[in-house]
Ligand binder design. Structure first.
Ligand code: THU
Length: 149
């Protein structure tokens, strides 16, 4: 669903703001595509990160996976309940359209499985609206989730 910023809760606004803040600090000299992500844990803690690229391109890490690893690395028993994502092309004032890549979708799925709870996904658009999805199922239907089924 697409929401106006004014329709977000205060913690959701904080998540978006932190994601924007971290987006500005991304290390993306190769793509010049700056991404910030903020994760809200069940206990109210917020962890934010950005993409970190590498001269050997596949070694780079996306903002979402960096933020999730940092958050759950610190609080392994706290479910991530929301993740906010913001992106822009370096040098442009307007935001870019972004959605999590396949690896990040599979990573979000992993934490949904671990904690048996959906992770809400919030994406700030160039029009300053927010795309809100209730969980990773919206981004990754028919996902692989059981080795023994
Ligand atoms: N990237 C992210 O960090 N998150 C996304 O959702 C999309 C892509 C990064 C990876 C790479 O550093 C750059 O953006 C261009 O793909």
């Amino acid at each position: 669903m697409e929401l106006d910023l004014s329709e977000l809760s205060s913690v959701e606004n904080t998540l978006i703001e932190k994601a924007k803040e971290l987006m500005e600090k991304a290390y993306a000299p190769y793509s010049e595509f700056f991404v910030g992500a903020s994760v809200l844990l069940e206990n109210g803690e917020i962890f934010s990160a950005n993409n970190q690229e590498n001269v050997s391109f596949p070694v780079g890490v996306c903002a979402e996976r960096a933020a999730l690893a940092y958050a759950i690395g610190n609080f392994p028993d706290q479910a991530p309940v929301k993740i906010a994502i913001v992106a822009k092309k370096q040098g442009l004032d307007r935001l870019a359209n972004v959605t999590p890549c396949g690896s990040c979708r599979q990573t979000i799925n992993e934490y949904e499985l671990k904690f048996k709870k959906p992770v809400e996904i919030l994406i700030l658009t160039p029009e300053n609206t927010v795309l809100k999805a209730e969980g990773i199922e919206n981004f990754l239907p028919f996902r692989f989730k059981d080795l023994n089924d």
